[in-house]
Write a protein that binds this ligand. Structure first.
Ligand code: KG4
Ligand code: ZN
Length: 353
């Protein structure tokens, strides 16, 4: 095998059409992300059918631009990698079948990347970190604590028993009329508010283990909001965000402080439980890893626990083609390439790898 591997990575599992060229020396030669955020904003969330059609329209030019920006052609690639799941199946089919077409017509090897593995291995693209490491993976669809033992080797330590953290942020934002995606808006408002104003529950914090529950927090948010509507003289269903900035800031700060408390409580348990496996670092990944309050609390926890803390740069936290290219390289090195047709999958747990 050649020393340096060049990989084209393709991502299309949610609302980003992305392609990147990455090499095995951890250089991101190009990285194109076409975000459909604006297209879905008016619906308050991702519309799967719309997302799939938008991926079809964008995919070819995103790939062509990624190759052009890298100064490469498809013939220069050693391997093609694309998300084969989990995710919104329409989008996954578009990206995956596109990759299959490229691989078949060029004879290049193909890696079927698990999207979650893309997030999970990103810290190894941006830093030199060794296995095993403890991973907090939090996105719009997943909230899990995993012990990453190696490529394709994951131990599930904790998971949400209902909603994902990012989904909870998005729903709370929707209640407040803050638009989509909600996480960044709630995060920004929270930084301006007083976290002691409203009392949110800390689900499962009184229980042992490392599982999460976020559905109760959504209900609490709804209840607190309904109670406050009378005081704010805002009719049910009306958007309160433009009218009541101070209320929104305090509400978001109180909500976010509960989320942070829950995450730290669960991660503390995970660190205790996995101590004998000697993780080298505490790593955070996924879209929610963009949250500065969550990042800084996890960093403090890591240092108190004698662990290195690793968080990917902001643009590699949300969905992107570079993480898929890197996961492609890590799998390719181990010979994990597609040798028979692979069906795209809406669900695909890391522990099945
Ligand atoms: O990983 P990702 O791009 O897509 C999925 O695979 O789901 O994560 C998107 C999620 C959304 O729910 C979004 O609201 C959330 O990440 N998010 C945040 C922040 N930035 C993005 N959540 C909290 N605080 C943020 N700053
Ligand atoms: Zn993701």
């Amino acid at each position: 095998m050649k020393n340096k591997i060049l990989c084209l990575g393709i991502e299309s599992s949610c609302d980003e059409t992305s392609a990147a060229v990455v090499d095995s020396d951890k250089n991101i030669l190009s990285h194109i992300i076409y975000s459909q955020e604006q297209e879905h904003a008016k619906f308050g969330g991702v519309v799967p059918e719309l997302a799939a059609r938008s991926h079809i329209l964008a995919l070819q030019s995103v790939i062509e631009r990624a190759l052009a920006d890298a100064g490469k052609t498809i013939d220069d690639m050693d391997v093609i990698a694309a998300t084969a799941g989990p995710g919104l199946i329409g989008g996954v089919i578009v990206g995956w079948m596109g990759a299959v077409g490229i691989a078949n017509s060029t004879g290049k090897p193909l890696v079927a990347v698990n999207h979650l593995e893309g997030h999970a291995l990103t810290p190894r693209l941006t830093e030199d970190i060794e296995f095993p490491y403890l991973l907090f993976l939090a996105s719009g669809g997943h909230t899990q604590i995993l012990l990453v033992m190696g490529v394709g080797n994951y131990e599930l330590i904790g998971t949400t028993i209902d909603d994902a953290a990012g989904e909870c942020y998005d729903k709370v934002a929707k209640m407040l009329g803050l638009g989509y995606p909600g996480g960044p808006a709630v995060d920004a408002a929270a930084q301006l508010g007083d976290a002691n104003t409203y009392k949110f529950p800390r689900p499962l914090c009184d229980k042992p283990g490392c599982d999460f529950s976020f559905s109760g927090m959504k209900t609490s948010a709804r209840n607190i909001l309904d109670k406050c509507r009378g005081v704010l003289h805002t009719p049910a269903g009306a958007s309160i965000a433009p009218l009541q900035n101070e209320f929104v800031n305090n509400f978001c700060a109180s909500f976010q402080s509960a989320v942070v408390d829950v995450i730290i409580n669960r991660l503390q348990n995970a660190i205790d439980i996995t101590k004998n496996k000697k993780p080298t670092a505490l790593v955070v990944a996924g879209g929610v890893a963009k949250n500065l309050a969550i990042r800084s609390s996890l960093e403090k926890l890591a240092h108190e626990s004698g662990l290195k803390f690793v968080a990917p740069p902001m643009d590699l936290c949300t969905d992107n083609g570079a993480m898929i290219a890197w996961a492609g390289i890590e799998n390719f090195r181990l010979g994990k390439i597609v040798d028979a047709p692979v069906a795209p999958r809406p669900r695909w747990s890391l522990t099945e790898l």
